[in-house]
Ligand binder design. Structure first.
Ligand SMILES: Nc1ncnc2c1ncn2[C@@H]1O[C@H](COP(=O)(O)OP(=O)(O)O)[C@@H](O)[C@H]1O
Ligand SMILES: [Mg+2]
Length: 273
């Protein structure tokens, strides 16, 4: 489901802010993100719930082939921003582009390029990994290569042993893998992964990290987490968000050298003022 309401008012606000962001984008480009090859673009995205600011002027772009960490404490606005980027949530203002497609106006084209692992994981408890993935494949219009891709994701996400068990009966680790499998099924260019290792045991964390590292060779990835080790292990860039605002955007090494220094810097930047 989506609350992508697309009301004329929202559309008008989005258009107005979009053109403002266009004008400002050359200033906000940080060298690492030339908009020509940008695959994921968050252009001044804002989301308000009444007076509450969940995301404000979130502005960054991830160029083709980059693996960027979207880091921040709980409640910082990571999932909200990712939902706007994937077109699941209509922004209050600003715009999201995937592979150059505006996710409000050209959502279907953009969606074809995205594999999205949502924070809540797969919902249909009574379906099995096999039936869910077949259903997702059909919904995506996959035909000729569906069997081949089902086989690929079952293998890649180590799902064979639970292929025909109801998802509701699977452990958190396996449910998370089903979520990854549905994100990878159509071999998308862009992966938006919302805390892919949350709630997993150390072995599972290791497996998911390996999986993302192997995917990173060919994909553009935005990965949310609040685990700093993860960032060090897989990402080249960090976008740090706190209270709905981006407070740091740069190479991982610029945030700090060692993991301990990174933790210290994270606390410094995000400590409640
Ligand atoms: N539907 C909603 N209504 C009101 N507040 C919300 C809603 N969804 C999220 N929020 C709030 O927005 C903030 C950002 O949430 P979220 O994006 O989920 O953070 P994160 O993923 O970084 O932990 C939180 O304070 C959360 O409670
Ligand atoms: Mg979240």
């Amino acid at each position: 489901m989506t609350d992508n309401a697309d009301t004329p008012k929202e559309e008008a606000v989005a258009r107005a802010t979009d053109s403002a962001a266009d004008g400002a984008s050359s200033e906000s480009d940080k060298g690492s993100s030339g908009s020509k090859n940008a695959m994921i673009e968050s252009r001044r995205l804002c989301k308000y719930y009444g007076p509450f600011i969940a995301a404000e002027n979130v502005d960054f772009s991830v160029p083709k082939g980059q693996v960027a960490a979207f880091l921040g404490p709980n409640g910082a606005g990571k999932s909200t921003t990712m939902k706007m980027l994937t077109g699941y949530l209509a922004p209050s203002s600003g715009s999201a582009r995937i592979g150059g497609h505006d996710m409000q106006r050209d959502r279907i084209k953009g969606s074809e390029m995205i594999g999205y692992l949502p924070e809540s994981g797969p919902l249909y408890a009574e379906m099995t990994p096999h039936s869910l993935l077949e259903y997702v494949g059909a919904a995506r219009g996959m035909k000729a290569n569906l069997d081949e891709r089902l086989h690929f994701v079952a293998e890649k996400c180590a799902l064979k042993s639970v292929w025909s068990k109801p998802i509701g009966k699977l452990s958190k680790g396996f449910r998370q893998r089903v979520g990854m499998a549905q994100a990878l099924l159509h071999d998308p260019e862009v992966l938006i992964l919302d805390e892919p290792t949350s709630g997993l045991d150390p072995n599972q964390v290791h497996d998911v990290r390996d999986l993302i590292t192997s995917l990173a060779e060919t994909k553009t990835v935005l990965l949310s987490t609040h685990i700093l080790r993860e960032v060090k292990a897989i990402c080249s860039r960090v976008i740090l968000i706190d209270q709905g605002r981006v407070i740091f955007d740069g190479p991982v090494d610029d945030l700090a050298g060692t993991e301990e220094q990174m933790e210290e810097r994270f606390r410094e930047l995000t400590a409640t003022k």
